[in-house]
Design a binder for this molecule. Structure first.
Ligand SMILES: Cc1cc2nc3c(=O)[nH]c(=O)nc-3n(C[C@H](O)[C@H](O)[C@H](O)COP(=O)(O)O)c2cc1C
Length: 405
């Protein structure tokens, strides 16, 4: 019988002290994209939130970000230049101080880089087309630029290794560039990078190949590499279904010795429309026995985590770790009854939420919300959401974007 408190060893030798993971969450705490004191305070407070903490999505390329949504003077983090390394070195150290693993999530945001236009940067996409919810211009990547982006993922991975992270997660989920290439909706190319299912897999596979090459050359043997995927992109339009994404996972697992696959789910027990099985169960055959499966979504208590574990190897929590950054420690020590389940003004302080996160979760319109949010509505600064971004109309759809399949 699996227990949340089991030790888990990845195929390359890294051992986790439990089956609990903190899912990546944008904190909007970057100071000109660099790790700020707010970032360090927030992650320092989460050194015992889970056995493994996946740090928020971080841009591998100047044009791959940033997004800026919930705080006027802060944005997404980046690691496209060596100048960002000192901040990330401190961050990794702060996270690892109590023995847990620190993973950095690497991303190119593609069309979702909503603050790039204000910085005079080009927003890069697989196919230049009209996205109804975006008002800024987008640039279709040339073949050479696609290859440059792939190279940038490798360089960013090297920087993460240099900074002392225990691993990296390739962000292939949530509508960012890798998913945009995999999606038949946003990738209409007819070259090597688009067309058939096989060709739409080429970009995710090439990014992973380059990251693995760098990891084999420079990282310690037990360095962890994971891949995050949204099992489906099904809205008004269909980008892909789980039938296609399981093919991608099979191809990734066949070619690379990934340590884990992380399913980005709206609820841990979510199912597709055409099956009685959960996504977690449907992906297991493709993932196989060497790599671990992580699932996430609405795990808000120890009971939820136990229930989720029936379906998977590792259970990730996002919002629960915002409310109680010691949730992992409490579960590991058999103190589940001490977990704080509601946000409150005191808990905002204790949990070192960044100003961006406070502003987001004190917004009565935010869904999904944190339980207890009514007590922190007064902290919401109405004027502080970035007006230009809102005018440009993308990240106001943040909540929908992340929680749709
Ligand atoms: C504030 C916030 C920021 C997020 N940022 C990221 C991110 O940087 N990368 C990512 O892959 N997912 C991101 N997500 C999605 C979470 O990792 C997770 O999949 C989602 O919140 C569902 O888990 P939960 O129900 O435990 O909150 C974010 C979610 C929230 C609430």
């Amino acid at each position: 019988m699996k227990q949340l408190t089991d030790q888990v060893t990845f195929r390359h030798g890294a051992t986790l002290n439990s089956r609990l993971v903190q899912a990546p969450m944008l904190t909007n705490s970057g100071d000109h994209e660099a790790v700020s004191q707010d970032t360090l305070d927030y992650y320092g407070a989460r050194s015992q939130s889970a056995a493994m903490v996946i740090v928020e999505y971080t841009s591998v390329r100047k044009n791959g970000g940033p997004s800026r949504s919930w705080a006027d003077d802060r944005e997404q983090l980046a690691i496209y230049d060596d100048s960002f390394k000192p901040g990330f070195t401190k961050l990794a150290k702060a996270l690892k101080k109590d023995g847990n693993k620190a993973i950095l999530q690497l991303v190119h945001s593609g069309r979702e880089a909503n603050y790039a236009p204000q910085l005079g940067r080009t927003v890069e996409v697989p196919t230049k087309m009209d996205f109804p919810w975006i008002s800024y211009p987008v640039h279709e990547l040339t073949d050479q630029e696609v290859r440059d982006v792939i190279h940038d993922f490798g360089t960013a991975a090297k920087r993460a290794i240099d900074c002392g992270f225990d691993g990296i997660e390739i962000h292939g989920a949530n509508h960012y560039l890798i998913q945009q290439f995999f999606s038949a909706y946003s990738n209409r190319r007819t070259d090597h990078w688009g067309g058939s299912l096989e060709k739409r897999m080429n970009f995710p596979l090439a990014v992973t190949e380059e990251v693995m090459r760098v990891v084999k050359e420079y990282a310690p043997k037990d360095f962890i590499v994971g891949y995050r995927i949204s099992p489906e992109e099904v809205h008004e339009t269909v980008g892909y279904t789980w039938h296609e994404s399981t093919q991608l996972i099979k191809a990734l697992i066949d070619r690379f010795d990934l340590d884990y696959i992380h399913l980005s789910l709206p609820a841990y027990n979510a199912k597709p429309q055409d099956s009685d099985k959960t996504f977690a169960e449907l992906f297991q055959p493709a993932i196989g026995s060497q790599a671990k499966e992580i699932i996430v979504g609405n795990v808000m208590s120890e009971a939820d985590a136990k229930d989720a574990l029936k379906l998977t190897d590792l259970v990730a929590m996002a919002r629960a770790t915002l409310i109680d950054p010691q949730i992992g420690l409490k579960i590991s020590e058999g103190r589940g009854d001490e977990i704080v389940h509601q946000i409150s003004p005191e808990q905002v302080k204790r949990s070192h939420l960044t100003p961006g996160l406070i502003n987001l979760f004190s917004d009565p319109k935010m869904e999904p919300h944190l339980p207890g949010r009514e007590s922190i509505y007064y902290l919401h600064e109405k004027g502080s959401l970035n007006k230009d971004v809102m005018k440009n109309g993308t990240s106001s759809s943040f909540n929908l974007k992340h929680f749709k399949k």
